[in-house]
Design a protein around this ligand. Structure first.
Ligand code: ACO
Length: 402
């Protein structure tokens, strides 16, 4: 019997293959709004240039207390609330990000701890802005194979911390935020129907943070030369993006045995309005068929697609039975698309009592985390480990402040 993390169904892979449905969704953005006019005070740009070249009017930028984990935790709690699930029912957390809290531990593990998802495995996934498509595809496959029943997929970013705020070509593009889906096995046909994932590493230098990894570790020189911030060849990325958005969308629709006419909505990565308009022309679809909210958030990388889905749901643009394509591209180069059939999932009415109970669960998770850390410290003292629980700086504190 094939079983991971205590899948109660204990299905063999492929046996009575369940469908992977999105049963919960949530988003979180920082409070701070930064307009194009605000940016024109720090770099040589203008509202008119940014709107005409990108479609972006404003973006949300992380405040001192916001981090990639804290935004992810907020989005995940919302998604679990919509799904009406307890954190301990989650079996796997996949967190796609390009701005993790640390190289390790994974941001996913920090989120797992803060949620009290005590039965879940957790890992980060790195595929730049395509990361959410990759994570969604992987989570759905874990469910379709029968290995797992409930997977939390998150895209979360604080790219503002990695942007070169003196580079007018990149600093105008990005914003911070998080989006999350709960995927669950259901017998009812639908959900994630198919995905395609692609990469062309020969274009890696087109969009890169050159230093801080193992190839170019941090030194005084790398800091002085600003090599820890995003460097991009905008024109080349633009050309690549317009090409792959069209090919990926066509391919994923065909792989699900459908046609473009079957689509009620396309939810593209929100990088640049002109890229989305070019994709619409390339696919021969009206622009109204595309969900666009980049004017308010800019490019939130892995978070842009789930945030757009959340807003499309709340605007009534997604109805049960709708066929949709999610399509993205990013550094790597990477790109990918997912074909979805939205199920008739109605968010449950949550009573005040239930909301209080959920807050209680998260308070218990915080207390558990503190208790485990303290216990580890005591064990270290008892067994004589000097290192136990002690590192140079107090890490992984972020979720405690929430
Ligand atoms: N304000 C004013 N002028 C500017 C700005 C700015 N913010 N940025 C660039 N310019 C200038 C350039 O210096 C250039 O001036 P020049 O002609 O005197 O040299 C002029 O505007 C035109 O520059 P282009 O690069 O041709 O401008 P373009 O129309 O290509 O727009 C942009 C630039 C917006 C970056 C576009 O190329 C783009 O969106 N590319 C894709 C970027 C992207 O999507 N990246 C994210 C990928 S996802 C991920 O993994 C993170």
């Amino acid at each position: 019997m094939f079983s991971i993390n205590g899948n109660k169904a204990g299905r063999r892979p492929g046996e009575g293959a369940p469908y992977a449905h999105i049963v919960g969704w949530g988003m979180a953005v920082p409070e701070k709004v930064v307009t194009n006019r605000d940016l024109s005070e720090i770099v040589d740009t203008s509202d008119e240039w940014i709107v005409s070249r990108t479609g972006i009017r404003e973006r949300r930028i992380a405040g001192p207390r916001d981090t990639t984990a804290s935004l992810a935790i907020r989005a995940a709690r919302q998604a679990l609330g919509v799904a009406n699930l307890k954190p301990r029912e989650v079996q796997l957390i996949i967190l796609a990000t390009s701005s993790p809290e640390y190289i390790f531990p994974s941001t996913a593990s920090i989120v797992q701890d803060a949620l009290g998802a005590t039965n879940a495995g957790a890992f980060d996934l790195s595929a730049a802005c395509s990361g959410f498509i990759y994570a969604l595809s992987l989570g759905a496959q874990m469910i379709r194979s029968g290995a797992l029943e409930t997977v939390l997929v998150i895209g979360s970013e604080t790219l503002s911390r990695l942007v070169n705020w003196t580079d007018r070509e990149t600093c105008i593009l990005f914003g911070d935020g998080a989006g999350a889906f709960v995927l669950q096995a259901r017998e009812q046909p639908g959900g994630v129907l198919s995905s395609i994932l692609r990469s062309d590493g020969s274009g890696g230098d087109l969009l890169i943070i050159p230093a801080g990894g193992s190839k170019l570790p941090t030194t005084a020189d790398t800091v002085r030369d600003n090599l820890h911030t995003i460097a991009m060849n905008g024109r080349e990325v633009y050309r690549f993006a317009t090409r792959v958005m069209v090919s990926a969308a066509k391919e994923v629709v065909a792989s699900a045995g459908l046609t473009l006419d079957d689509l009620s909505l396309i939810i593209p990565h929100q990088a640049n309005l002109r890229i989305i308009q070019a994709a619409a022309r390339g696919l021969g679809l009206p622009e109204e068929r595309f969900m666009i909210n980049l004017d308010r958030y800019g490019n939130t990388s892995t978070a842009s697609i789930p945030i757009a889905v959340c807003e499309a749901v709340s605007q009534g643009r997604i109805q049960p039975g709708d066929n949709m394509v999610l399509v993205g591209f990013g550094a790597g180069l990477t790109w990918g698309a997912t074909m979805l059939s939205w199920a008739a999932v109605t968010p449950p009415q949550v009573s005040r009592w239930e909301r209080i109970r959920r807050q209680g669960l998260y308070a218990v998770a915080r207390a558990r985390s503190v208790a485990r850390r303290s216990w580890r410290h005591v064990e270290g003292l008892v067994w004589g480990s000097q290192e136990s629980g002690e590192v140079r700086q107090a890490p992984v504190e972020v979720e405690q402040k929430m």
